[in-house]
Design a protein around this ligand. Structure first.
Ligand code: MF3
Ligand code: CO
Length: 255
């Protein structure tokens, strides 16, 4: 299929989709406190998105049962909201997407519930900065592998591991378009610096590093969705939707 180039008009709609996605995530974060159930966050996500004129994109996607992914502590991604009550000291990854006027936005942040440990806070900070390093590497004329290498180098040089089996992705009219965007140069998905497709103005990408304190290895729960660290160590996840320009990339999901 190849990587789809969006017109300036399409990018403008994706800006709006991204802004709505980020705004809903910001509102969700303000509700994250000890005592809230993860399914309450899901209800808020859907209501806020619809109030802003958008439709949540995850519900029904390959049978996913909710509008929001909520992944707590050792859960990496795709946690299903349920009756679980968030506790002081948990870290929680919120991953949310919408469709607006036919285009998608996709964003994720990990935040502390109440006060988290110093090691958890460092993990979150490094993962957020690894995302920023990946975004900074996504300049027009650069290669896809430059993103993977930048994310990996940032996290690994600080003693963390990067999840290998799950990747970022192109995004546009569909949540998942070509190309896959690995966060690592290792594994079957891996891409080395200076390799992979050249990034061109009009490409729209979701970059989403998942970073662990322990091993990079993962396992999936019996529900078929929840991905967690194999060794039970903490994991964080940050994602932004961006547009490639002739120069620096534009982040479409900043609130
Ligand atoms: N944000 C996730 C991604 O980038 C989407 C969650 S998968 C879903 O792949 F099935 F829950 F939608
Ligand atoms: Co995504």
């Amino acid at each position: 299929m190849g990587i789809i180039i969006k017109s300036d008009g399409e990018i403008e709609v994706m800006r709006e989709a991204g802004r709505i996605t980020a705004e809903v995530l910001k509102r969700l974060v303000s509700h994250v406190k000890p005592g809230i159930r993860t399914e309450e966050l899901d209800v808020i996500a859907e209501k806020e998105a619809r109030g802003l004129g958008a439709v949540p994109s995850f519900k029904g996607y390959r049978g996913y049962p909710a509008s929001l992914c909520v992944s707590v502590n050792d859960e990496i991604v795709h946690g299903i909201p349920d009756k679980r009550i968030l506790q002081n000291g948990d870290i929680v990854s919120l991953d949310f997407g919408v469709i607006y006027k036919g285009f998608q936005g996709d964003v994720a942040r990990t935040v502390a519930v109440g006060k988290a440990s110093l090691s958890a806070c460092k993990l979150m900070e490094v993962t957020e900065e690894a995302l920023k390093a990946g975004i900074a590497a996504a300049c027009g004329g650069c290669r896809l592998g430059d993103i993977s290498a930048a994310v990996e180098e940032y996290a690994e040089s600080r003693g963390y591991t990067v999840v290998r089996e799950y990747t970022g992705h192109g995004i546009g009219r569909n949540m998942h378009e070509d190309p896959q965007i690995p966060n690592t140069t290792k594994s079957v998905f891996g891409l080395m610096r200076g390799t992979g497709p050249v990034l061109r103005r009009g490409m729209t990408l979701a970059i989403e590093p998942m970073v662990n304190i322990g091993s990079w290895e993962t396992k999936v729960d019996d529900n078929g969705w929840t991905v967690r660290t194999r060794d039970g160590s903490l994991s964080a996840h940050f994602e932004d939707t961006i547009a490639i320009t002739d120069g620096k990339p534009e982040v479409l999901t900043s609130a």
